[in-house]
Design a binder for this molecule. Sequence first.
Ligand code: ATP
Length: 319
Amino acid sequence: MIKRIGVLTSGGDAPGMNAAIRAVVKAGMKNNIEVYGVYDGFRGLVEGKIEKLDYHSVNDKINRGGTFLGSARLSEFKDEKVRQVALEQLKKFGIEALVTIGGDGTYMGALRLTEMGINCIGLPATIDNDIASTDFTIGFDTAINTAVDAVDKLRDTSNSHQRCSIVEVMGRYCGDVAIATALATGAEMVVTAETGFDLQKVLDTAKQCCEMNKRHALFIFTEHITDVYELAKKVEAYSGFETRATVLGYIQRGGSPTARDRILASRLGVKAVELLINGEGGKCLGIINNEITAIDIKEALEMKKTPLAKFAHIVELLS
Ligand code: ATP
């Protein structure tokens, strides 16, 4: 039976990470396992920024955004020699297994460490919802609620001034934040990498909205599709609809996690400890049809994400 495990958060921070750490610490301690927090992800692991956690460490954390352990990116972790240093740190602290909370890059780090003899369990946490092996990642629900709240506010002012709004949300390579936000805010159109970007369609839709004398028109874009400020100028010139662009940016990563994210994080954290107690490693957890799942990280990384883009047509149907 293992006696000591570690927990770290890595990659981009996501609301609900704290709830996941809390679950790991509490579930570990209830099973007579000591839990050590590794600060600043794999970087902190290599540097030995490791400290024992207890009930007090996770007091008043379930409701907090960000991650109190801190997060970092360390591309050098791909180098086996660097991971060897991490392994020595784990040995020094007597840590036998690790829960890693982050995105698919973090899964890779966890897989490599498992191959080197330290059982790791990966928890999916990223606001982008870009992990194929789970329906939802920790942080996604909070991020879309933040985006919806912001777009609702933009709608108030745009409606008052009869304006068209182009809003850019986060998502990098996955349009799920955009699709969910567009569906929940009643947008005219959503543009993501999966839907493709048809400039003429955007211009024509805006013109149509203007001709229909709509008080407000809303277009949701995923980041990295186009320069939305330049697009707003084109839309206004073509359609005659006064247009403003807004980039929501990092506010989408922060804030108190929603109940859904806290619950997901708690369930995943408990399951991770169970698996480590059973001597399992190299696995990542997810939620599929409301059941917590555990599959090999290798298999998970080969899976193809089913993006929410399959619902994009509903946005246009209801526009
Ligand atoms: P997000 O989706 O928020 O970006 P992520 O976990 O995918 O989260 P990354 O920066 O891709 O974020 O990965 C986090 C960390 O995992 C990296 O900084 C690195 O330390 C480690 N990592 C990523 N890829 C590998 C790999 N191939 N081998 C070993 N470690 C890796």
